[in-house]
Design a protein. Structure first.
Length: 160
């Protein structure tokens, strides 16, 4: 079900998309993530860094690591993660273990699988599970149609 973000949420989602574009420009897969406090302040942001061969260098995983080291459990639970794409199972698990709060994503894992399939790209070696299948009860909002075309274009370019 599509999600219509607020203007404040769009700012963070657009930044996540900018980070995804930065990742692509550096030879990485186009994913970006922003961690925002309950008061709306950006606390940490990162982009995919898998080009060096370490496929665990997803920004959502880095956000979880940073949050575990720098935030209290209550702060983590109240925070929101804005990301260009729905978390993979690995990142969902990290998110759940650390106790981060809500997630808002631009495109779903299912959409990414469809896009990659249409481009003739082999499927991911990890099952594209919805976040809630890995972290039951977490609030997740997405996809965000207003930004889908821009992120789709990044993935098309990544696969070309």
């Amino acid at each position: 079900m599509a999600y219509e973000p607020t203007e404040a949420e769009l700012v963070h989602l657009r930044r996540a998309v900018e980070l995804a574009a930065e990742a692509l420009a550096e030879g990485d897969e186009p994913f970006g993530t922003v961690l925002v406090s309950a008061s709306g302040d950006t606390l940490f942001e990162d982009r995919n860094r898998t080009a060096g061969g370490d496929q665990t260098r997803h920004p959502e995983f880095e956000v979880a690591r940073w949050a575990a080291a720098n935030m209290t459990p209550d702060e983590r639970a109240a925070a929101v993660v804005y990301t260009s794409g729905e978390h993979c199972a690995m990142c969902s698990a990290a998110h759940g273990w650390v106790g981060l709060g809500r997630i808002v994503y631009v495109h779903s894992s299912a959409q990414l699988g469809e896009w990659r399939g249409a481009l003739g790209v082999p499927p991911s070696p990890v099952s594209p599970l919805p976040i809630q299948d890995v972290v039951p009860g977490i609030r997740v909002d997405g996809p965000v149609p207003a930004l889908e075309a821009e992120v789709h274009d990044l993935h098309v370019r990544a696969c070309s």
